[in-house]
Design a protein around this ligand. Structure first.
Ligand code: ADP
Ligand code: MG
Length: 678
């Protein structure tokens, strides 16, 4: 159906300010005169002219362009000449892009949307300009169903695109400035964009970070919790805070503290790198734990020390009286055996008490200079015998071991204790290695440990190939009475005694153990700065023979039973004995005219405000030639400097035997040198 030409032209003309659209379509246009336009073309042009949107219509085999007033400024200077001209001419510079688009519409009937398509156009007097369009192309059908052309609705988005680009640029600038890493993720946690700080901190590139969730670089222990947190966001929680760790490209983990806020389908997250803070907190917690452990040991030490002290007095009474009993039972075989058994038990109790004192660092020590190589080689013989054939003992000496200063008996006792532990850990045999080495504890190591001074140390290390300890056992091993051995086999006092003794000697002890791998106990003893005298102080000192005398001894002891025992022994030995229960009474006795007291035998700890040391000092002031012997259940600073005996001070430790007391009293009385009480 063909409408009259003027009617159609008129209809078109009435549709807007571009009324004379047709007038501009030159004779040369392949569209031909309006009179020959198809109804589909005419109705589409009418529609186009009535629209406020920018519309271009491409029509016919040549894809000739028609457009409305809204579009005219976009084509700029080419208007109105472009009307009715083939697209290839009008947009020659874009033709490579445009042609395939238009062909897919007019040949295949497809609808095409192009979003934010960039164009470089010249408008406003020829100044070139980058512009962006959203364009949608759809086919226009003729009455017979064939495709007559493509309708193209153009929507310029230049402003929006530019604003967005600027925003991104701003954000990037901001992100570059921001110290804390920032990121935008989707609701599933997939990273959409990440600030450059991430790359700085983690070492991963933007490409490696963007487009996926961060689970791949998250610490395996953290990912489950992070996932839970992200899920709460999906459930509508407004802000989440949590911490996690990410692996850096270097393979370390760094800790982050997060704040994440969802908005419009995206999650905005700020993270703070808290790695250093967490490391500090951890170090602090470890120090606190070490301190607590040290305090626990200290408290235990005080407790056991107190118990041991009282116990020693009781034992003194038991063993002393047993000894008297034994001496009087010479003829009665059965009674004698009973007394011997009782004595053996009491001696064993005395040994335990001694170990408790050692742990509480209150045993009197008599340190001497020792060559650690000699000490160890001398021990290896004893150990070979003690540990049995199935355990091989190897000693490794240091090339030029520094001397140390320790109480030799206690040191041997300690090594023996450790060796017995090693044996118990190797029921099927194995190897015990004892190694001596010079070593240096530096400031750094000392700072980590409780109560260790940096400096030069001799290391004596005992390693066994036994069953080792798990972490739980290891953490309790040193505590007194902690044992994993069956009743009767272990006392739990071995390691505690070694620990207390080494600490009291100014040293340091560390136990390393691994289940199934063995145990290694490291003892550090401070280097003694001086020469070890050539004479072999490792030889046993000869035991003094039991012999009495007729001198006068003043016994000052508050425990009546201990005192009674001492008095009885001394009387039996032939001495003249005066007994008192406290310091002032002792001084009174010293002032008695006509009494010449040769020896003051006094307990260290006394009631009534005066210590044994006070009494000794007063006595020496009054009677410069008086001899002094101390008895003690444990050492207190009164006569000890740092737990060591001052030179010239004589000491008898409780419980003491008949022979101990007899020998020591005689030895002190026979001594010529002046005694000093420090
Ligand atoms: P005891 O030997 O009487 O049990 P200790 O104080 O000597 O007491 O040791 C305490 C505990 O420490 C032992 O019971 C044992 O579990 C563990 N232990 C000590 N030394 C070793 C070692 N060399 N190998 C394995 N475990 C050990
Ligand atoms: Mg033991």
């Amino acid at each position: 159906m063909i409408a009259p030409a003027d009617t159609i032209a008129g209809m078109i003309a009435t549709q807007g300010p571009l009324g004379d659209l047709t007038a501009h379509i030159g004779d040369g246009s392949p569209l031909g005169p309006v009179e020959r336009w198809s109804p589909a073309l005419i109705s589409t042009v009418r529609l186009m002219l009535s629209s406020k949107a920018e519309i271009v219509l491409f029509w016919g085999p040549e894809l000739c362009a028609l457009y409305n007033e809204a579009y005219a400024p976009t084509i700029g200077d080419k208007h109105p000449a472009a009307l009715g001209r083939p697209a290839r001419e009008n947009w020659a510079e874009l033709w490579d892009d445009l042609e395939p688009l238009l062909l897919s519409v007019v040949q295949k009937g497809e609808t095409v949307h192009a979003k934010d398509r960039p164009f470089y156009i010249e408008r406003d007097g020829g100044r070139g300009e980058q512009v962006y369009f959203d364009i949608s192309y759809s086919p226009v059908f003729e009455a017979d169903g064939s495709i007559g052309g493509a309708l193209c609705i153009v929507n310029e988005t230049t402003q929006r695109v530019k604003a967005e680009r600027e925003m991104v640029a701003d954000r990037n600038r901001l992100w570059t400035l921001a110290r804390d890493p920032f990121l935008i993720a989707d609701m599933e946690g997939k990273w959409l964009s990440a600030s450059p700080a991430w790359t700085d901190i983690l070492g991963w590139s933007q490409e490696e970070l963007i487009g996926r969730t961060s689970e791949w670089m998250e610490h395996p222990d953290d990912s489950a919790r992070t996932r839970e947190e992200v899920q709460t966001l999906q459930q509508g929680v407004l802000t989440i805070r949590f911490e996690n760790r990410f692996r850096t490209k270097d393979g370390e983990y760094r800790s982050f503290s997060w704040t994440a806020v969802p908005d419009n389908g995206l999650v905005y997250c700020v993270a703070r790198d808290v790695t250093e803070q967490r490391a500090h907190a951890r170090a602090l917690a470890e120090t606190e734990a070490a301190l607590r452990q040290a305090q626990k040991m200290e408290t235990l030490g005080q407790l056991t020390g107190g118990v041991a002290h009282d116990f020693n007095n009781l034992l003194q009474v038991v063993t002393g009286n047993l000894e008297l009993l034994q001496r009087g039972l010479n003829d009665n075989e059965r009674m004698r055996r009973a007394a011997d058994n009782a004595m053996a038990g009491a001696e064993r109790a005395a040994m335990l008490t001694q170990q408790l004192l050692a742990f509480s660092r209150r045993q009197p020590l008599a340190p001497e200079r020792v060559d650690p190589n000699r000490l160890v080689s001398r021990m290896s013989d004893l150990l070979n015998r003690t540990l049995g054939e199935r355990i091989e003992v190897e000693t490794i000496q240091a090339a030029r071991a520094w001397p140390i200063e320790v109480d030799l008996n206690q040191m041997e006792n300690a090594l023996l204790n450790l060796a017995v532990n090693a044996r118990d850990a190797m029921p099927d045999g194995g190897k015990l290695t004892i190694e001596v080495a010079n070593t240096h504890i530096d400031d750094h190591y000392a700072a980590q440990e409780d109560d260790v001074q940096p400096g030069q140390y001799v290391l004596i290390c005992l390693s066994d190939t036994g069953q080792g300890m798990d972490a739980e056992t290891l953490s309790h091993a040193i505590e007194p009475f902690f044992t994993t051995k069956e009743v009767g086999r272990g006392t739990g006092l071995g390691l505690s005694m070694v620990y207390g003794f080494i600490k009291q000697s100014g040293g340091h002890i560390r136990v390393y153990s691994e289940v199934g791998e063995g145990t290694s106990v490291k003892i550090y003893l401070p280097r003694y700065h001086g020469l070890v005298p050539a004479n072999d102080q490792l030889e046993e000192a000869p035991r003094p023979a039991v012999s009495g005398g007729d001198e006068t001894v003043l016994v000052c002891e508050d425990d009546e039973k201990v005192r009674a025992y001492a008095v009885e022994v001394l009387n039996e030995l032939g001495y003249h004995v005066i007994e008192v229960g406290n310091g002032p009474a002792a001084l009174e006795a010293l002032e008695q005219p006509g009494e010449h007291i040769d020896l003051l035998f006094t307990d260290v700890v006394l009631p009534g405000g005066m210590t044994g040391a006070d009494v000794a000092r007063e006595a020496a002031a009054r009677r410069p030639d008086i001899k002094i012997l101390f008895a003690t259940g444990y050492a207190r600073n009164a006569i000890f400097h740092h737990g060591r005996l001052d030179p010239g001070v004589e000491l008898l430790t409780k419980p003491f035997t008949y022979a101990d007391l007899a020998g020591k009293v005689r030895e002190v009385l026979d001594r010529r040198v002046e005694q000093r009480v420090g």
